[in-house]
Design a protein around this ligand. Structure first.
Ligand SMILES: C[S@@+](CC[C@H](N)C(=O)[O-])C[C@H]1O[C@@H](n2cnc3c(N)ncnc32)[C@H](O)[C@@H]1O
Length: 199
């Protein structure tokens, strides 16, 4: 009989973890990457704007661990391995209330979470937009990009029903930075859907 490999069951998603964050030690603007994955987008962004602060969310623990290692030397970068939606307010709101500028929130090619019971994991959902509207400043821009037309249209409808009434569509990758996922989808001939919205 060949020896059986015994593997402990490890949940690769950290969905229920909750964090707080006392903020950066400087007053530079803060940018957020939701679902940073391997961090290539953030890396290029940080290269272009080294003076800014970055908050990266990645729900998959092994990817988040790699991100922590990748940015270990950057004092202006923090990585959280929880669900971005569950942690967004507790991490960002204290900084905003202290007068820090939350400049841009990138939601680049988020997982569509097709199953009805998983929809609540979508970062942009009705509850999130409503609770954010209470404390997010008008200068904060959300950038949403996806190759999924249905997700784009469903999200657009939610945004239009929310306090984030300013919506702009655009064609080119923001700051000329094309994410890994975008490049893969473009190679497959997919169309990319993009919008920016704010209060
Ligand atoms: C399709 S990939 C896109 C990755 C990257 N943004 C890009 O454009 O190349 C989606 C990423 O979002 C992460 N993710 C999905 N839901 C999340 C959530 N609720 N909170 C944090 N990360 C999430 C996934 O683990 C995955 O790494």
């Amino acid at each position: 009989m060949s020896p059986r490999r015994i593997r402990p069951h490890v949940n690769p998603l950290s969905i229920t973890k909750e964090y707080s964050f006392e903020g950066f030690q400087n007053s530079a603007p803060i940018l957020v990457d939701v679902g940073a994955c391997k961090g290539e987008f953030a890396e290029e962004f940080i290269r272009q704007f080294p003076e800014k602060n970055f908050v990266l969310f990645e729900i998959r623990v092994p990817l988040a661990q790699k991100l922590k290692e990748k940015f270990a030397g950057n004092k202006n970068v923090v990585v959280f391995d929880g669900d971005a939606g569950r942690n967004f307010e507790s991490i960002l709101r204290p900084s905003v209330e202290r007068g820090r500028k939350l400049e841009t929130v990138f939601i680049n090619f988020p997982d569509p979470w097709f199953k009805e019971r998983h929809k609540k994991r979508r970062f942009l959902n009705k509850n999130f937009l409503n609770s954010c509207a209470e404390w997010i400043m008008p200068e904060t821009k959300f950038i949403f990009q996806t190759d999924q037309e249905f997700l784009f249209l469903e999200t657009l409808e939610l945004v239009r029903e929310s306090a984030f009434s300013q919506v702009e569509f655009f064609d080119e990758p923001p700051f000329g930075i094309s994410t890994d996922w975008e490049q893969a989808k473009l190679r497959e001939g997919e169309k990319i859907w993009r919008m920016k919205f704010y209060k």
